[in-house]
Write a protein that binds this ligand. Sequence first.
Ligand SMILES: N[C@@H](CCC(=O)N[C@@H](CS)C(=O)NCC(=O)O)C(=O)O
Length: 211
Amino acid sequence: MYRLISATPSPYARKVRIQLAEKGIRFELVTEVPWNRDTIVPQYNPLEKLPVLICDDGETVYESRFINEWIEHMHPQPPLMPKDVPGLLLTKRFEVLADGVCDAGVLLFWERSREAGKQSQEWSDRQQRKILGGLQEISRLLGDQDYGVNSMFGLADIAVGSCLGWLNVRMPELPWRERHPNLGRLADRLEQRPSFRDSVPYPQTIRDKVA
Ligand SMILES: N[C@@H](CCC(=O)N[C@@H](CS)C(=O)NCC(=O)O)C(=O)O
């Protein structure tokens, strides 16, 4: 059985959890705080980030988009990635944007966690711009469709849904629903799925942050 190293707020790990659940693949969830001094993550990923998928033979797969693709190849049913090239490329476009919004959000989150005098407004503004710009583009690509690509639920929706769920936890003040009602409708539709309901993000306590 697979093991998945995950963290409760992580939008990256949530994508993998949702994909495994949607495919009915059993796995053991290993919840970690990657910032703690004694985290096990570096034993499984030299880049020291989660999620990490651990296979039965001890081989590990890391970097969420790569894990998603790896799972798709190893467990093709039910397919969550389109076979047609335009659909495939559009899926990746959604993934790049959703992950990019989260990346900027993580940088902003850490900046805001610094002592007041040490924070850079310029840096924060830069990340904020990326978040708003990324969401705007995701909203434009989605338009009035029920799902991001080919009117079928798939990895594009998983990436966007995980990103929006994470923003609710880390940046509840961001009015993304008001600005982009189509993203609100998508999020509501996705959060009804058991795979989403069973992986709702929440913050973790960091015991002793390294670096
Ligand atoms: N691009 C990576 C991002 C993963 C990531 O940043 N994970 C965070 C937790 S949400 C982490 O483990 N951070 C520890 C670190 O950056 O050292 C992915 O998609 O897997």
